[in-house]
Design a protein around this ligand. Sequence first.
Ligand SMILES: Nc1ncnc2c1ncn2[C@@H]1O[C@H](COP(=O)(O)OP(=O)(O)OP(=O)(O)O)[C@@H](O)[C@H]1O
Ligand SMILES: Cc1ncc(C[n+]2csc(CCO)c2C)c(N)n1
Length: 269
Amino acid sequence: MEVMWHASSFLLPQPQPQEPREDAPPPPPAALTYALIVLNQRLPRFAPLLWNRAQLRVCADGGANRVYDDMPKLFPDQDPQEVRLRYTPDVIKGDLDSIRDDVKEFYLNLGVRIVDESHDQDTTDLHKCVAYVSGSAPVEDKSKLCILVVGALGGRFDHEIGNINVLHRFSNLRIVLLSDDCLIHLLPKTHSHVIHVQLPVEGPHCGLIPIGAPSARTSTTGLQWNLSDTAMSFGGLISTSNVVKEDKVTVSSDADLIWTISIKKPIKE
Ligand SMILES: Nc1ncnc2c1ncn2[C@@H]1O[C@H](COP(=O)(O)OP(=O)(O)OP(=O)(O)O)[C@@H](O)[C@H]1O
Ligand SMILES: Cc1ncc(C[n+]2csc(CCO)c2C)c(N)n1
């Protein structure tokens, strides 16, 4: 089975070139192309870092209010209008029932593409944005595309589950959902997985969760509580409150699993 590698290098202040390994040589982080989707929740502290990493920045409807309101708060010493001009999204997309009129006007005047998809009341704004980002990448580059989604976790439970459903719906894409506290992504059953844990910025708390379907057999290495051809299901065993013990974690399973890992808080001076 083909190996899929994962590394949250996008959280590192300076992306570190990865040491090639014999078992699963990861391409350097620069080999991935990042897109950022901003949802309608408070921006995480590392939003500017991800913004600068991304080549395409999309706001899902009310996510535009968050960029407009919260980016200047992350740079309290700077002129808010200058910050807004520096962090201008490429596209705003959704059913547009949450973006404020003043915010819409501001970005329209800057020439931002605002796409009204209010005719579609069966898919969420995040779904619409992921479809857009996916559609704007050439087919041959899809495996190198990584979509980072901020504001996706915490908050309203139906939204949160809708966001996790998007991971399953687009299981052929690399999509990472982030909050200030943790990140999650899918480990598709079509691959075995090598996760290069970026210990300066993430861990040690982690989990492996069979949300879409139960797993009859999952095996792992690198965790405090490893699984060895172990069954997981809701109502039975699921792996929460696990702990990363090595900087390389391996996972193989007969079911799509959600991988979650905590994000470290910066040390206060
Ligand atoms: N409280 C929340 N918790 C988690 N995700 C959220 C939350 N609020 C918004 N989102 C995400 O941000 C996107 C845009 O949200 P917004 O508030 O603009 O629209 P909405 O009308 O509430 O959402 P939708 O139209 O998708 O149902 C949503 O599709 C969802 O993915
Ligand atoms: C069975 C079912 N449940 C809920 C909705 C509502 N809904 C789901 S996504 C969406 C769009 C939000 O921008 C809305 C209104 C539906 N259509 N079908």
